[in-house]
Design a protein around this ligand. Structure first.
Ligand SMILES: Nc1ncnc2c1ncn2[C@@H]1O[C@H](COP(=O)(O)OP(=O)(O)OP(=O)(O)O)[C@@H](O)[C@H]1O
Ligand SMILES: [Mg+2]
Length: 230
């Protein structure tokens, strides 16, 4: 099993939505997945309550039982665990990053969000280097904000997922039903971009399998982890 955390210091950046979408994409690709809901707000848990019994499972966790739940779902045969972290509880987010193979930092293409990206990446690498990449989310179809955001991220040498998540009502409409755009509009643009982010995540995870990282090397600069995430 491989573990992926969704981590961003900025509230509303799309952590929970992306965790749900990626878990559903993985399930549809034949990789049984579980969402570990580490946010006391329980946003993913509420989504699951609207969803009913369909996979993926959503399990509320705390710092205290995170490792036990990971062990339990690994033993149960899960392929991926997606950890949805809270924006404000940085020690919880660090704990999630510590047990993750990859950390995804979703960010809207606004200056306030982008300015928090570095802080999120630093949190993700406090306990040792690991691959981290940024996904631009809620990107508006008009204007050049996404290009500006991409330039901002690239200028700082943060690894960036080549696919972006658009600002689309499909995300909000499907959320109302406890679903994701992959299920409600399988041929739509949202479903397509989710699959692209999922495929990029799998690509990064596969690189790790070929060339495992030494998670104990605490002193390595996080830029090294970025290069590995490439
Ligand atoms: N790509 C998108 N397009 C349109 N709306 C979106 C998109 N992604 C998320 N949203 C909406 O933005 C809001 C915040 O999204 P979400 O809950 O996923 O963010 P979050 O980072 O988990 O927030 P928090 O920090 O509160 O946990 C929600 O109402 C969600 O429906
Ligand atoms: Mg959330």
């Amino acid at each position: 099993m491989q573990t992926i955390s969704l981590l961003a210091q900025k509230g509303g950046s799309g952590k929970t939505t992306l965790a749900e979408c990626l878990a559903v994409a993985a399930d549809k690709a034949g990789k049984p997945s579980v969402i570990l809901d580490m946010d006391p707000q329980g946003t993913a848990k509420s989504w699951k309550a609207r969803r009913g019994s369909d996979d993926p499972a959503v399990i509320p966790v705390t710092m205290a039982n995170l490792q036990d739940e990971l062990d339990r779902i690994r033993a149960a045969g899960a392929a991926y665990a997606f950890i949805d972290t809270p924006a404000r509880l940085s020690d919880w987010a660090m704990e999630a990053a510590k047990v993750s193979d990859v950390v995804i930092v979703p960010s809207r293409a606004t200056v306030k969000d982008l300015e928090r990206v570095e802080a999120s990446i630093k949190l993700a690498t406090v306990y040792g280097i690991r691959p981290v990449f940024v996904v631009l989310t809620q990107v508006r179809p008009r204007g050049d904000r996404d290009a500006q955001a991409e330039a901002f991220i690239k200028a700082r040498h943060f690894p960036l997922c080549p696919a972006r998540i658009g600002d689309r009502v499909a995300y909000q409409d499907s959320d109302t039903l406890g679903l994701t755009p992959i299920e409600t509009e399988p041929g739509g643009k949202a479903a397509q971009e989710i699959k692209q982010v999922y495929q990029y995540t799998v690509k990064v995870l596969n690189q790790l399998t070929i060339e495992p990282l030494n998670h104990d090397k605490k002193d390595e600069p996080y830029s090294r982890a970025f290069q590995q995430a490439g």
